[in-house]
Design a protein around this ligand. Sequence first.
Ligand code: XMP
Length: 315
Amino acid sequence: MLGAEEFIEDAIAEARKRIPGKAVIACSGGVDSMVAAVLVSRAIGDRLLAVYVDNGLMRKGETEEVRGMFEDQGLNYKIVDAGDEFFAALKGITDPEKKRKTIGEKFIRIFEREAASFGAEVLVQGTIAPDWIESGDGVRDTIKSHHNVGGLPKDMGMELFEPLRDLYKDEVRDLARILKVRSSERQPFPGPALAVRCLGEVTREDIEIVREACFIVEDEIMTASVSGKMEMPWQYFAVLLPSRSVGVQGDRRAYGRTIAIRAVSSVDGMTATYSMIPLEVLDSISSRITNTMKDSVNRVVYDITNKPPATIEWE
Ligand code: XMP
């Protein structure tokens, strides 16, 4: 790519040219959508509306954190509380691709609604190269429909502007540092959010479990990395498995759920190596999860597969 500063100037100039009126961006607070939003808002100011959809599937405390980032960057933004709509749409769906497509489509419908009421003619997206490469481009096989690509209906009725389309994650992070986007060092988070970390049907109860488990994994790994016990992984989170297994709680038989810990190092998400988490760190993650969620989780395992043959997320 061009030098980062030069890329920023070009992207701002291009946005001015391509967006004569109003535009809307789906902004999750992740580094990709934040960088795209900040670039475009520098070009067209409040003619860009950043829409954050609270889909009920986000991480602990995320909505408030994102609100803070929008405020910091002086973006024109709107937070839409849409949890009920998403859980209703996902009811009964267990197939991973169907889950992804349902979430993607719901997102787009909500944006269409917001875009129409704002009067936007252009949809800005933070799509980066691995999103469309892995979603199948007619040449390659579809590995997963990344939600910023897969859910996009043909009849959207808006022009599409994707300023980061040719970039990889590390390049977007470079831009984020220059633009002082606070999520620049945050780990990546998938578009379909915790739904792809909750295998099988997505329910409010299961999302609560995986949200708490993700929080614990993030907190323990961050603490261990900062104190020099391990290297900070590129991405680290928890996955809730749909099966149950037998355990004991006190002197009683329990039949509980399993949490898998996933932590990988990677440069751009295209390939990944599982992280060597020290046993003492795994141990404290496991104890904290099973103590905090005594009634639901009785087993914690660690995923030791690379990508390939696995992918980073489990769905
Ligand atoms: P996978 O699981 O395909 O993930 O090995 C590679 C990287 O992409 C993230 N990911 C997504 N990002 N929309 C996104 O913007 C998506 O639908 C999506 N699915 C996975 C994943 O967290 C990892 O960083």
